[in-house]
Write a protein that binds this ligand. Structure first.
Ligand code: FES
Ligand SMILES: [Fe+2]
Length: 417
């Protein structure tokens, strides 16, 4: 898409009244035109998008399906062990080629008219290409080499697979920067194994969840479990880290440093319940897994990937947009082959804290819809994102929305071309 056309079209749709990102026009959460441009400028733009884990296709010829934005993707481990990502859209009439979530095979055959592709997306066979009994078939000028499945750039880090449509995106490690790559290597420190997976539909725009994961202002206010059982309160040490360019963010806390704060005792924090205790406190038992003593860390990579550490529950979250007012979240819980049985048990048990019915995260599945419902009827209104100032940058506190502003800064950079 020509850049000049995109600039004009998006500027006609999207109005940032202020120069900064401390005010966000509500229309970004609901406008179908903006949503359509995001496919082009964000998801097919100079970004790296998470597709899944390398262990989901452990053997040559294994494949699974994923998405980037609205675009369906096939992820395949080739015969030589490398990983390819292909758009899951037949070059003939656009049908979905792989319609099962996982599979195994040397080629991909489209179910509609049986065009066959190899693992690099090359079209290798067309049914009835030569016609039947010298009749029909493809004309002479039809060349299979001109028709293929679109192939993306692919890179992995610690078994996480990322792909990019764009040649403009720098190599993955450069895109992430040393703070982000260091934290990924710190969190995924062993040989990963999948402990479980859940998916949830959310009745809200994908960016409301992308903001929510970066927003460390809300956990002890929205989530009663966090505040009541002192797992994640702003009175514990914590802060925000970001890469140099400010595209990606880590929000973190150290539970054991919580000295309390008068505000939590004052009765004004809705989520702080004094009268409750856990009948089985082993649910929040943990072992200190990391030298940095961090007990909660949410790492958000632009645009739609989250790497979580909630106590010892480690996992990935992939945000999938489904139109302007709907999105999906895919959670994959991870342990390591090196874990003891007791550690695996503890990770699985703690995973009751997260996910769609998770004790500390179920509210996140609905709060985006509260916004979606609240903003109806007046998309000219603007959200206020001023906690901790109006700038973007690392912070030694979590009483800040700097990482949310960081998200909007890069979003604006890509959309306001
Ligand atoms: S749509 Fe795929 S072969 Fe026709
Ligand atoms: Fe939350």
């Amino acid at each position: 898409m020509a850049q000049a056309v995109a600039t004009r079209a998006v500027r006609d749709l999207l109005h940032w009244n202020a120069t900064g990102v401390s005010r966000v026009p509500m229309q970004v959460y609901a406008d179908p035109g903006i949503y359509a441009w995001e496919q082009d400028l964000i998801f097919r733009g100079p970004t790296w998008n998470f597709l899944g884990l390398a262990i989901e296709a452990p053997n040559p010829n294994d494949h699974f399906t994923s998405v980037i934005g609205d675009t369906p993707i096939i992820v395949v481990r080739t015969k030589d062990g490398s990983i390819n990502a292909l758009v899951n859209r037949c070059a003939h009439k656009g049908a979905t080629v792989c319609y099962q979530p996982t599979g195994h095979g040397e080629t991909f055959t489209c179910p509609y008219h049986n065009w066959v592709y190899d693992h690099s997306g090359r079209l290798v066979s067309v049914a009835f290409e030569k016609g039947v009994q010298q009749l029909g078939g493809m004309p002479k000028q039809f060349d299979k080499a001109n028709h293929r499945l679109t192939r993306l750039r692919v890179e992995t880090i610690c078994g996480l697979i990322f792909a990019s449509f764009s040649e403009r995106a720098p190599p993955l490690e450069q895109y992430l920067g040393p703070v982000m790559t260091g934290h990924i290597r710190r969190t995924l420190h062993g040989t990963p194994k999948i402990l479980g997976r859940y998916r949830q539909m959310m009745q809200n725009n994908w960016k409301l969840y992308a903001e929510n994961a970066r927003d460390n202002y809300h956990p002890s206010l929205l989530h009663a479990f966090f505040a009541t059982f002192e797992l994640n309160r702003l009175s514990a040490e914590g802060g925000v880290r970001q890469d140099e360019a400010g595209w990606h963010h880590i929000v973190f806390a150290k539970r054991h440093t919580d000295q309390g704060h008068a505000e939590y005792e004052s009765g004004v924090i809705r989520a702080q319940k004094r009268e409750f205790g856990l009948a089985d406190p082993s649910l929040i038992d943990q072992w200190m897994e990391f030298d940095d003593q961090i007990t909660n860390s949410i790492q958000c990579l632009f645009p739609t990937f989250v790497l979580q550490q909630v106590l010892n529950s480690i996992g990935t979250r992939q945000i999938i947009p489904h139109g302007p007012e709907k999105s999906e979240l895919v959670w994959t819980l991870i342990g390591f082959e090196e874990d003891t049985e007791a550690q695996t048990y503890m990770r699985v048990k703690q995973s009751n804290l997260v996910g769609p019915a998770g004790l500390v995260s179920m509210e996140d599945g609905i709060i985006g819809n509260f916004v979606q419902r609240g903003i109806k009827g007046d998309l000219d209104a603007q959200a206020v994102v001023m906690m901790g100032g109006v700038d973007v940058g690392p912070a030694p506190t979590r009483a800040t929305e700097t990482s949310v502003r960081g998200f909007w800064r890069v979003y604006r950079e890509l959309m306001d071309v």
